[in-house]
Ligand binder design. Structure first.
Ligand code: SF4
Ligand code: SF4
Length: 287
């Protein structure tokens, strides 16, 4: 079983559009959206949910006002400044980090913690195959754990159905969710945008992936929006010994396809961009 994780270092590079296009070419593949903080692959793949389960998130502390003696210790000790006094002591649920210190130090046992149940994960059927994805509630923590969970479920489905490939749409950046989406993956496909922030962020991401010793291939997407930076990127990839599989032009058909809830392969299969994505898929399959 081979897991291909698609990463970009930043949002807005067209990573999900390219993942959806590759999904529409894939056979015997399980799809995984591990960009759980801002999942959007489902907008194109239109999954029908088969399984929906709660994913328990971080601990969340709460004060029982009947028991609170208003000593103020919790506010004094909370290092995340999550507790305020406005007539009563109150814990802001969006600021609480779930460390549970206040629960331990409260002399009146007025504070209890419970796990957030505001996150969900799904197994769904799409027109291209099964997909595992998630929804995080607003302000929820622990997206790294949720990424690990959806990837684990995708692997189970692939194994049970004898599918050879998992296509994993990863999160942007280089933080905890990206690290969770990287560990144990077999190949990373980088989708790079030729902009100052694009080049800056991809350098950070490549440095991170090097630590995991995972092979990388790259696509420059929208290469013609800045030919100078595209050239700089190409030279950088040569220096880093990362194969550039294709350069894809800026193409409004990606947006038009998305509006129709389709991939570019479905919406405009004969365009240069669609043909190049087919070539990328062929190369990935050969690898
Ligand atoms: S430590 Fe306990 S008793 Fe003191 S203010 Fe906080 S909740 Fe109330
Ligand atoms: S659990 Fe930790 S972060 Fe949350 S209110 Fe208590 S001390 Fe502050």
């Amino acid at each position: 079983m081979t897991e291909i994780t698609i990463l970009s270092g930043k949002g807005g590079t067209g990573k999900t559009s390219i993942t959806a296009a590759l999904a529409s070419l894939a056979k015997d593949t399980v799809f995984c959206d591990s960009d759980v903080d801002a999942a959007d692959l489902h907008l194109i793949l239109k999954p029908k949910n088969l399984v929906k389960e709660i994913f328990e998130g971080a601990w969340l502390a709460e004060i029982n006002q009947q028991k609170c003696s208003q000593c103020g210790l919790c506010m004094e000790y909370c290092r995340f400044e999550s507790i305020s006094l406005n007539g009563i002591y109150y814990i802001n649920p969006f600021q609480c980090e779930g460390c549970r210190l206040c629960e331990r130090i409260c002399p009146s046992q007025a504070i209890t913690s419970k796990k957030s149940t505001n996150n969900f994960w799904y197994i769904s059927e799409t027109r291209f195959g099964k997909m595992v994805h998630a929804h995080m509630g607003a302000g929820e923590e622990n997206s790294g754990k949720l990424v690990t969970h959806v990837r684990k479920k995708a692997k189970e489905i692939a194994k049970n159905n004898d599918h050879k490939i998992i296509l994993n749409d990863g999160p942007p950046g280089i933080g905890c969710p990206v690290i969770s989406s990287l560990s144990g993956t077999n190949l990373v496909l980088l989708v790079i945008e030729p902009s100052q922030s694009g080049i800056h962020d991809i350098k950070r991401l490549i440095a991170l992936i090097r630590d995991f010793n995972i092979p990388m291939k790259a696509i420059i997407n929208k290469y013609d929006i800045n030919l100078e930076i595209s050239e700089e990127l190409k030279n950088y990839l040569i220096k880093e010994k990362i194969e550039l599989l294709e350069q894809i032009e800026f193409d409004e058909n990606f947006t038009k396809a998305m509006i129709q809830e389709q991939s570019i392969i479905e919406y405009a299969p004969h365009t240069a961009s669609a043909i190049k994505i087919k070539s990328v898929w062929e190369k990935l399959i050969q690898l």
